[in-house]
Design a protein around this ligand. Structure first.
Ligand SMILES: NC(=O)c1ccc[n+]([C@@H]2O[C@H](COP(=O)([O-])OP(=O)(O)OC[C@H]3O[C@@H](n4cnc5c(N)ncnc54)[C@H](O)[C@@H]3O)[C@@H](O)[C@H]2O)c1
Length: 468
């Protein structure tokens, strides 16, 4: 099938490469010249495990190309994915300007050679399917008007381009994006158009029935035979995406709320989480207490959901509490530093990790940034080391007065405390005996409860976790 994917970020690029791997002809349209240049030269403009090799391989097969020519890509395609960013505005509403530009441009590019399916893969508020349909129609009308002005009216009557908008929310996680795309828990398509849902089902057939050859670096999970294909109306598909992220964020905030209580009563949140997570109705995932959730999706999707509810004067107490607990939780490590060191002014604190989670260089809404800003505001000196995002942080946050370390031992040198913020695998294997000797004061606050506390204590380091 001929596919056009507009936006070659985390979602667009992974979707493009996976669909190309499955045998489709994919053109990924990217408007950022630097990103496009990097992609056309065989690079990937952000860190995602395995993606660079995978993109190289699918490009070499001839199934994946990159372009900034949206018109040509749209005209060739049967299915057009919108996968541009929808970041939060300061008031919490999603900024839909990228979607607006792209939807109108798609309308302007459509011809009447075939019926197109325009797919909203970007995370957009409820009602956006109808809104995108309106914008595409506006693009069509504008193009038809300017065509009439330049070419005299012909006797033949054209019906105009035919298209339908469907919602196909994305659930991939950065850090495991390719495996998540090949082996998703479900594929959701929101549309009441039977032809469109049939085309989407056909496009995803190799994933639904797991008939494709699994790439060597992303083996198929044992026993996975089929992936549920869930067809809903447009609004329900849009709400599924927001609700899923809100629920996951709420689960983490719940664990964090309980972790505070654990500290008061002398319980251990890891044991509590294990005990409640074994209940199949609850599940073990996303019950880890720590410095809270971040990243490009949870915060913006929870606030966008609250904004939708606000439009209907519908109260969202649970969502508000989810955000409030998370805001409070980010600073819990500062409270622990104060408890141990008393005075933070003049102290040097080393942050282990910057990205919002391991295996990504994404710093959007990363707890490390909140912690660094707060420590600097309090008069401490901040060092940081992240295996992949030191340079990204330097570039994106030039005013953040952080001293970047070359590795974890360089980070520990002359620190009064270390704070584990991102649970990268290499931190778990660090030489804590050596680290203890390098530190000015051997204190480690484990903001993810990810390290072996007995091993760290045995190295002479004071260990403080969260909720224990
Ligand atoms: N990142 C994730 O983990 C994730 C997961 C699920 C859903 N989503 C959703 O998917 C959407 C995309 O997220 P992302 O993280 O990939 O964003 P991103 O910012 O990494 O990528 C968006 C890309 O679109 C490009 N773009 C913007 N306007 C364009 C235009 N007019 N023409 C061509 N390209 C254009 C940008 O240059 C950028 O490369 C968002 O709505 C997000 O909420 C993201």
């Amino acid at each position: 099938m001929d596919i056009c994917v507009v936006g070659a970020g985390y979602v667009g690029l992974v979707t493009s490469a996976c669909l190309a791997y499955l045998g489709n002809q994919v053109i990924a349209v990217e408007s950022n010249p630097e990103r496009l240049h990097s992609l056309q030269s065989g690079g990937v403009p952000f860190f995602e495990p395995g993606l660079e090799e995978f993109v190289k391989k699918t490009s070499a097969s001839g199934n994946l190309t990159f372009s900034d020519n949206l018109t040509a890509a749209v005209q060739k395609a049967q299915v057009i994915f919108i996968a541009v960013g929808t970041p939060s505005l300061p008031n919490g509403e999603p900024d839909l300007s990228q979607v607006m530009v792209v939807a109108r441009a798609i309308g302007g590019a459509l011809d009447d050679s075939k019926r197109r399916i325009v797919v909203n893969k970007s995370t957009v508020p409820v009602g956006s399917g109808n809104w995108v349909e309106m914008l595409v129609s506006q693009g069509v009308a504008k193009a038809q008007k300017s065509a009439k002005e330049t070419v005299p009216a012909s006797s033949g009557r054209s019906e105009g381009p035919s298209f339908v908008v469907v919602s196909n929310p994305e659930f991939l996680r950065e850090g495991s994006a390719i495996a998540d795309s090949f082996y998703p828990d479900r594929i959701v398509v929101g549309s009441i158009d039977e032809q469109a849902t049939a085309v989407m089902k056909n496009l995803y057939k190799p994933i639904i029935s797991q008939t494709f050859e699994a790439p060597s670096f992303a083996p198929r999970p044992a026993k996975l035979e089929t992936v549920p294909f869930v067809v809903t109306d447009l609004a329900s598909a849009e709400l599924i995406k927001y609700s899923a992220n809100a629920f996951l964020a709420m689960k983490i905030s719940f664990a964090n709320e309980i972790s505070g209580l654990c500290e008061k009563v002398g319980a251990d949140v890891k044991q509590v989480a294990q005990g409640i997570g074994l209940d199949y109705r609850i599940g073990k995932a996303f019950l880890n207490a720590g410095v809270g959730w971040g990243g490009s999706c949870f915060g913006k999707d929870v606030s966008a959901l609250m904004q939708v509810a606000k439009e209907y004067s519908y109260p969202t107490s649970l969502l508000e509490a989810t955000v409030a607990v998370n805001d409070r939780q980010r600073l819990v490590v500062i409270k622990k530093l104060q408890e141990e060191l008393k005075i933070l002014k003049g102290r040097t604190i080393g942050l282990m990790g910057l990205s919002f989670k391991p295996d990504t260089d994404d710093l959007r809404d990363a707890p490390a940034l909140t912690i660094a800003y707060q420590l600097l505001k309090m008069g401490a000196s901040v060092k940081a080391y992240d295996p992949v995002s030191n340079d990204v942080c330097k570039t994106l946050h030039p005013h953040l007065d952080i001293v970047y370390a070359a590795d974890v031992e360089d980070l520990a040198s002359d620190c009064d405390a270390l704070v584990l913020v991102t649970e990268w695998a290499q931190f778990k294997k660090a030489d804590f005996k050596k680290i203890a000797k390098l530190m000015r004061w051997p204190l480690l606050i484990d903001g993810r409860n990810a390290l072996d506390e007995d091993e760290i204590r045995a190295c002479g380091i004071t260990y403080r976790g969260v909720g224990c």
